[in-house]
Design a protein. Structure first.
Ligand SMILES: O=C(OCc1ccccc1)c1cn[nH]c1
Length: 246
């Protein structure tokens, strides 16, 4: 998979050189390139923002540097890949979910546009539809100062689903949201820790009962913490993420 990220703070994406995503890049599973938006400006001050039409506080990101950056990415796309998906992190986007992570993990080429200030001139989003499948995406109902943190989260959530990135693909199956429910609690040695014991069923060796206990714990936790997920689960509206193969 090829991933391009455009940001005025490219160093914000440095953590993607570490750990599993970093290794996936070394192994050639992930071809991730970070671009400095200012490299696509033409004025002496490398200006990327200006005041908003219609007034209001804050600044808006100018359209031309974005068009230059995105055009160069669209032109340099991998052989035979379809239209790249352009993901624009934004509080005004569709929710990022495990199901969307699986959907994006099947794409050949993803591009991420990191907005700052009050956002990017809306005409860039419209213009981009010529070259990209444009998806404004929200991590959650809160506001960040820019899209970079959201991109770190999404690249990790998507990258770890790619074949060969996590050691044991089995570990992708039994995790929160993989089956529409929250995950069960986990324990390791010692069996008694500060006078707290591990649930006896887990030491029983009875795998049927263990699986039953774990499933019950998933339902109990989901009902307690995320009743919204339980309704979706009960309605049979399992997310697309309820698949193991990729
Ligand atoms: O704040 C976010 O994105 C950064 C951003 C983009 C455009 C203008 C301001 C800030 C965000 C919140 N949930 N998901 C993403």
């Amino acid at each position: 998979m090829r991933i391009d990220v455009v940001s005025i703070f490219p160093e914000y994406l440095a953590p993607l050189e570490l750990s599993l995503i970093g290794k996936a890049r070394q192994d050639g599973i992930l071809d991730l390139r970070v671009h400095d938006l200012r490299a696509f400006t033409t004025d002496r001050h490398r200006t990327v923002d200006d005041t908003p039409y219609g007034g209001g506080a804050g600044m808006v990101m100018k359209p031309e540097p974005w068009a230059q950056a995105l055009e160069s990415i669209a032109a340099d796309r991998p052989e035979g890949s379809g239209r790249p998906v352009l993901i624009v992190p934004s509080p005004a986007g569709e929710r990022f979910t495990q199901a969307l992570a699986y959907e994006l993990a099947e794409q050949e080429h993803l591009a991420f546009a990191c907005g700052r200030y009050e956002g990017i001139d809306e005409r860039v989003i419209e213009w981009s539809r010529e070259h990209f499948d444009v998806r404004p995406v929200s991590l959650g109902d809160y506001v960040l100062n820019g899209g970079e943190v959201a991109v770190l989260a999404m690249v990790e959530a998507i990258g770890r689903l790619l074949p060969g990135v996590v050691g044991n693909p089995e570990s992708l199956v039994e995790e929160s949201h993989s089956d529409g429910l929250l995950e069960y609690p986990v324990y390791t040695k010692p069996s008694v820790w500060r006078e707290r014991e591990v649930p006896a069923v887990l030491l029983s060796g009875n795998h049927g009962r263990i699986a039953q206990w774990r499933r019950h714990e998933q339902f109990r936790r989901t009902a307690e913490r995320r009743p919204d997920l339980l309704e979706a689960f009960d309605a049979g509206k399992l997310p697309r993420a309820d698949r193991t193969e990729l």
